[in-house]
Design a protein around this ligand. Sequence first.
Ligand SMILES: C[S@@+](CC[C@H](N)C(=O)[O-])C[C@H]1O[C@@H](n2cnc3c(N)ncnc32)[C@H](O)[C@@H]1O
Length: 225
Amino acid sequence: MQKYVRFYRYQKYARLAHLVERLIDVEKAAGSNPASRTRKIWMILFYFFVLILCLIVCVLLVLFYVAQIVAAFTTDAPFVPIPQETVEKIIEHLKLTNDSVLYDLGCGDGRILKRAAEKYPSLKAVGIEIAFVPYLFAQWKTRKNKNIKIRRENIFTANVSDATHIFFYLFPEVPKKLLPILKTKCKPDTRIVSCDFEDKQSEPTEIIELNPLAKRGKKLIVYTI
Ligand SMILES: C[S@@+](CC[C@H](N)C(=O)[O-])C[C@H]1O[C@@H](n2cnc3c(N)ncnc32)[C@H](O)[C@@H]1O
């Protein structure tokens, strides 16, 4: 009786071993199949490409944040763009025409200039930006607008003598330093519009409330030379 049991067990294991052997054969056959090998190579290349792409994105992100940190210490105001929905209102209150020469001092990514140039196709627009990353963004964003020039310069030393309109969104202390300089450089009737921050020493021509509850772009302070 025991003999039969042992034989039966042997039969069971033999069948299992046979099955495993067949599976190995199938895998081997697939491995030697040129189509499957090509598919494997493409898969490896794909994963490699994704890995390289992830690495490039990580490096760019690190560079972006490093540049932002450096800019925070080396410029007079950080790159904090005006919300896109406020841009339209600002353009409206700048009171531009097709003959205007508009400067955005500290133009960031150039969004104000771009919208103004789209609305007034013959206007001349100039962006002054000192920080490298926003300067690149502005160059890229305005690459198709022939009437926009982005200059990598300091707002305190830039030549703005041909301006008819000047806009800036620069943080607390900057308008106080900048306005006296602009008064000596700009021609009479230049409309200077500061967003949110005013120079308490200068009398504004007009204060325009945009959205008092907004974090950025609450009001415009207008000065006329
Ligand atoms: C608050 S952001 C305003 C960006 C843009 N005008 C807007 O409204 O979206 C200020 C910008 O001014 C630039 N900036 C700060 N100090 C500057 C300086 N001395 N010369 C030129 N640009 C400067 C910063 O790099 C930053 O991009």
